[in-house]
Design a binder for this molecule. Structure first.
Ligand code: IMP
Length: 420
């Protein structure tokens, strides 16, 4: 059984939650490998509609072990709230484990994220304000606090106090009130106590899963265009959503990952700042946003919307070598008689299908080809062959321009509305 990575191939919000929820029904282990509670994975199933921020989408399969992996940054308080909410809906969270090597996203990270955005002014990045950037910055600068440290409260308190000495200077310089070390430590330790022995060394669990041929699912957050190394820096997140990041972030040797599913929406959306070449503005954009309910799952911000960008999706494919694509929200495009499809960029008088660096991308304009729409609903269609011809042609165009075959097609929000 392959180890499968589910990776976003656009700007995030491609519908990974739905695809992971579907695949997780057959999985033994589901691991979130990067990011923090900036994620908002919307899952609609027989239990209701959920927006998962840290908990792997596999939580709805009572037989799957769900791991918040070592590559994540974890706000323990947010995690506990999320678990409480799931339990209140009758979902057991007994199978959740948190890597003791993950980094803690501390209350001061959240504050610093917001202050940093404020200071950037017009150059702001449009982060989710959850503290993810500052938490990873501390990790890389070797000022981070790993989850295992909560096991020794005395040492933990001293570490927090030490970190706050410098953090508070920055906070005060930004004109905000310094944080109290005891209060910060209390808050984190209390959440850690709630999690209790669910905080573990996850490596033996993962190693055992691979050794016994268990079905492992690696769940990414965000997409290639927001990858720290390959996205639109600096308008990126502070970790690597790419499949390469999955190996390190889950703690799984790369050669075991044999299936990489790239998730793309049938059009494009982005939340936050940065270039977005196929963006629709004005009424045209508003119409698609409303029709498809494109609002951020974590922040509620209206998502920017645009046509499908094959340059971006191909960029993701070059970096991930997708074994297959999952296309989501195809049904939404049923509203259009003609569908512009970006096949290349015009840049300084030439045409390119390579993804340029951010400041250059700002100057790029999309080269569109027009696809014929199918003008109708797709509800009730049960396999790809029974889609209207124009919809099949649209999918074939995605396959040809990205270079990977499509294995799944979403035609509605429910788990069942997926053509396999
Ligand atoms: P951060 O990850 O909160 O630091 O935000 C960095 C960039 O990634 C911003 O443009 C955010 O809007 C974007 N971002 C972060 N998480 C998500 C997500 O779950 N969906 C879509 N965009 C996100």
């Amino acid at each position: 059984m392959p180890v499968t990575a589910v990776v976003g191939a656009q700007w995030g919000d491609e519908g990974k939650g739905k695809i992971t929820d579907l695949l997780a029904q057959e999985a033994d282990v589901v691991i979130r490998y990067q990011g923090g509670n900036n994620a908002g994975h919307t899952v609609v199933n027989q239990h209701g509609t959920f927006k998962l921020h840290l908990v792997p989408s596999g939580i709805f399969n009572p037989n799957a072990l769900c791991i918040v992996g070592p590559g994540t940054v974890v706000d323990l308080k947010v995690l506990c709230e999320e678990l409480r909410n799931l339990e209140a809906h009758g979902i057991s969270t007994a199978n959740l484990r948190v890597s003791d090597r993950a980094h803690l996203l501390m209350p001061y990270h959240t504050l610093l994220d917001r202050l940093d955005e404020r200071e950037r002014g017009r150059q702001k990045l449009g982060t989710t304000g959850q503290g993810v950037g500052p938490a990873y910055a501390d990790k890389v600068a070797r000022h981070g606090i790993q989850v295992y440290e909560v096991r020794d409260p005395k040492r933990f308190r001293a570490h927090v106090a030490h970190e706050l000495e410098t953090k508070n200077k920055v906070i005060e310089r930004f004109g905000d009130k310094p944080l109290d070390a005891k209060q910060v430590a209390d808050e984190v330790l209390s959440a850690a106590a709630t999690l209790g022995d669910r905080i573990v060394d996850t490596l033996p669990l993962v190693e055992d899963a691979v050794r016994t041929d268990a079905r492992v699912l690696l769940e990414g957050q965000l997409g290639a265009m927001r990858d720290l190394d390959w996205g639109i820096y600096p308008y990126v997140t502070s970790s690597n959503p790419l499949a390469g990041g999955a190996a390190v972030g889950a703690g799984i040797p790369p050669r075991y990952i044999t299936r990489v599913i790239g998730v793309v929406k049938a059009y494009s959306t982005a939340v936050g700042e940065g270039p977005f070449p196929t963006e629709m503005h004005g009424k045209e954009g508003d119409a698609l946003r409303e029709m498809a309910n494109e609002y951020g799952a974590t922040t509620g911000r209206p998502r920017r919307v645009g046509w499908f960008d094959a340059v971006a999706a191909r960029h993701a494919h070059r970096l991930n070598a997708f074994t297959e694509l999952a296309v989501t929200k195809l049904d939404v495009l049923g509203a259009y008689r003609e569908i512009p499809f970006c096949v290349a960029y015009r840049l300084d008088g030439r045409t390119t299908t390579d993804m340029p660096p951010t400041a250059v991308l700002e100057r790029a304009t999309p080269v569109y080809e027009t696809c014929v729409g199918w003008c109708g609903a797709l509800a009730g269609v049960s396999d790809r062959d029974h889609l209207p011809k124009a919809a099949r042609d649209y999918l074939a165009k995605i396959e040809a321009s990205v270079g990977a075959p499509i294995g799944m097609v979403g035609i509605g929000p429910e788990r069942s509305a997926t053509l396999l």
